[in-house]
Design a protein. Structure first.
Lengths: 225, 225
DNA sequence: CCCAATGTGAATTTAGTGTGAAAACTCGAT
DNA sequence: ATCGAGTTTTCACACTAAATTCACATTGGG
């Protein structure tokens, strides 16, 4: 269902959360410390991050602040009882929710479900792949909330690729659907636009997979380079 | 953005809400008890009131009932876990929403935003984007309170753009909706009116985004130049 | 290693939009 | 009727972003 990152120095806590989360159908990645968490987040996107406050190397707030620099992934903080005051620090780093330890795993799962539900907007026609978001009604593309400037052809090409994500598309099919069946032009035109599109997609450029001798396929899932 | 009254006997809860709310741009007033809240409400109006149920002097329901005697300000109740029964009670006194403690600050903020949006929508037919305000009933446009003189066509065009803000509008769609389906005129007519409209919108001119090869889109959010 | 397929940068061409000025139209006041 | 201020439309042209081409580099499979 969702990709969850659990960050806690206590193995037992991680195991409990992992067990429950996997039971709910989520995919879990673990980090035993703050620094490790920051490094993992630089490499890949998660749908939700569960973050302990008290950790020996780097505390939860610092981790959250670091993550927020290039991602808006929801964060749930785990605080030990009595650390009430810490809640106040959360606002400036953009914490989404708190759960006080010792917590009920079921409650945590419910909060995860609530956050996932609210972050997946269903009011307009759009596709999200990690931090990449294609809004069809607005003809708009954003990466981690930042607007990406797309030329008409780039957008049309991306649109067709994404609409048929996970499916192998021949060059002929792409050309006739994006340019029109009557397009007669250079062979390199498609490559060039794929190139431009990849450049624009930045970290998501590798989601456009080249199928040698065939064409291209848009990878449906977020990439974990 | 809005004036919020927070009523809770716990200082920490008030502090958390205040921090988050001020971060969102709201102005916050605090009351540490029910009686104080009632007194403050007699003196001034708020856009929204966040009200704890359990308070030593006067409980949330009584406060709400008292406030409702001469105001229809939206109220969000904070209830402790397990106080399910109170929900039913709440509807009788005119509560707008509930948040169960311990709550997610972000969720509370979203509910505040939802209520503000809802109440501002119903009482007057207007759209605000930053300092730009389009009053449909009055057919009036203001920027930072200053009246903007609009020619009929300019207004009609802006009206259609704003009504469909966030949506990519083709030139054809714009033409047929603003001029009429049977308009047969120069290609440059639309551009010219977009030009005039942009000139009139001043700092908000960039909210009309050109979608090359397609048309235009009105950006829903305020721009930060 | 070879070769066909794909990637790339730069140059060129094309197409779409912005703009100013002038013409044409509207409509109320004289 | 006529005027005239304000408004709308047209048009020629400027501008520039975008599409395409092409020569050459790179890659990956047999």
């Amino acid at each position: 269902m969702s990709n969850i990152l659990i960050v806690d120095d206590e193995l037992k806590i991680r195991e409990i959360i992992k067990k429950y989360a996997e039971f709910e159908g989520h995919t879990v990645t673990e980090a035993s410390g703050g620094l490790q968490a920051v490094n993992i987040c630089r490499e890949r996107e998660f749908d939700i991050i569960i973050l302990d406050i008290m950790m020996p190397d780097l505390d939860g707030f610092s981790v959250c602040r670091e993550i927020r620099k290039n991602s808006s992934t929801p964060v749930i903080m785990l605080s030990a009882r009595g650390e009430e005051y810490d809640r106040i620090h959360g606002f400036e780093v953009g914490v989404d929710d708190y759960v006080v330890k010792p917590f009920s795993p079921k409650e945590l799962m419910m909060r995860i479900a609530a956050i996932i539900k609210r972050s997946s907007k269903s009011d307009s026609d759009m596709v999200k792949i990690g931090g990449l978001c294609i809004d069809f009604t607005g003809r708009m593309v954003t990466i981690d909330g930042k607007n990406i400037n797309m030329t008409p052809k780039e957008y049309d090409l991306l649109f067709y690729l994404v609409k048929n994500r996970g499916i192998a598309l021949t060059r002929e099919k792409l050309i006739s659907n994006v340019w029109g069946y009557d397009f007669y032009g250079d062979d390199r035109t498609l490559d060039t636009h794929i190139k431009l599109l990849r450049k624009n997609l930045g970290e998501y450029s590798s989601n456009i997979v080249t199928l040698r001798g065939v064409g291209y396929r848009f990878e449906a899932s977020a990439n974990q380079t």
